[in-house]
Write a protein that binds this ligand. Sequence first.
Ligand SMILES: *Cc1c(COP(=O)(O)O)cnc(C)c1O
Length: 430
Amino acid sequence: MKFRSTRNASPVVSLSDAIVVGLAPDGGLYVPIEFPTIEPEPGPRSHRDVAREFLAPFFEDDPILADHLDEIVETAFDFPVPLVELEEGTGLLELFHGPSAAFKDFGARFLAQTMPRALAAQGRAATILVATSGDTGGAVAAAFHGVDGVEVVVLYPRGRVSDRQEHHLTCWDDNVTTYAVAGDFDDTQAIVKAAFNDPEMRSRYDLTSANSINIGRLLPQATYYAWASLEWQARHGGPAPTFVVPTGNVGNALAAIWARTVGYPVGDVVFATNANRTVADFLESGDWEPRATTPTLANAMDVGNPSNMERVRDQFGDIDAIRDAISAYPVEDETIREAIARGPERWGQVWCPHTACAAHVRESFVDGPAIIVATAHPAKFETVVEPLVGHDIPVPENLARLLELPSEIVEISPRPDALAERLEARLGSD
Ligand SMILES: *Cc1c(COP(=O)(O)O)cnc(C)c1O
């Protein structure tokens, strides 16, 4: 399989090249030149077995990755993916059993298996530079810690992440370095962008990114939708289930669409967003109007200009086809609070603020069999969740292990040259 840019002004590339490059040179996002058709073997099957089946056509012909599919799948997806029966006709797909207790572990661990292989084949080392508002940085740090040939530099806004998220970002050593920027997320992102836009810095440290536009994060996410759809049908028969997906930059939701596109029994794909309502407004008006980002309780979905919509629009073309393919419901903070508070009684669940959006949308707008997608463990967002449910949330083992590691916060001022000085001191000695 080869990959082209959504803007069609860059050469087609292999999967491994698309993963290393991230964003296509013309500013577009990589998509398969043509979606494969898969006739899935019915379930019940293991997640890893279905992951191999889904990924195989995308790996085909890749000079570096094709021979390693089994190993990549076994290593990247080495944690459970439970599909819980919540009540008759409603399932819960728990994606928070990896090392960072959020679904970003799927993409980060897959990148950690594929990117170093691709770099090594080109005789390169690289530095992954990440600006994070919380979850991505933790997942990338955990996945790449100790991986040869890759340095990881994570920047987060000091005081804007939860205590547990901060610990998780700052408990690394070896090839992972984290800086707390004395500013907000926009400052943090501006520093990272400035580094990528500086050709000298880019080449001096061989900078690459791991953000959610990387095709190497989307493909692994589609594997759990493929698996869960087969598992649901094996258990219940009947129509393909709707997936209600908490989404912000639309990476997680697009992965569900791709699982359906290639042939898995995924029914409707319903976006549950927070108050950042760009997609819902687009579906209503037909005009694509990105906004400034509104901060919300579901902060990992605070995106006013969701990048992956470029892939959705590329795949479906006109607005009517897009309306057939997806629907979207924004959920305000007040409703998120209510959904979390009601969760234990209504569903027997303590929701994280993101999953709470999906639970609300399932209850209010979706008929028929449906699977709520749980994107993070509530213990990661204890400051929001605990007051609403009125008790402490036990920390799961995966998070507890990280919280026991010592951590050190290194603050930098919110200026691009502050990062440049640090990078030079850390990586410049050659
Ligand atoms: C990143 C994240 C999301 C949003 O995922 P997208 O791929 O941006 O749609 C939702 N929930 C949690 C917990 C996240 O960390």
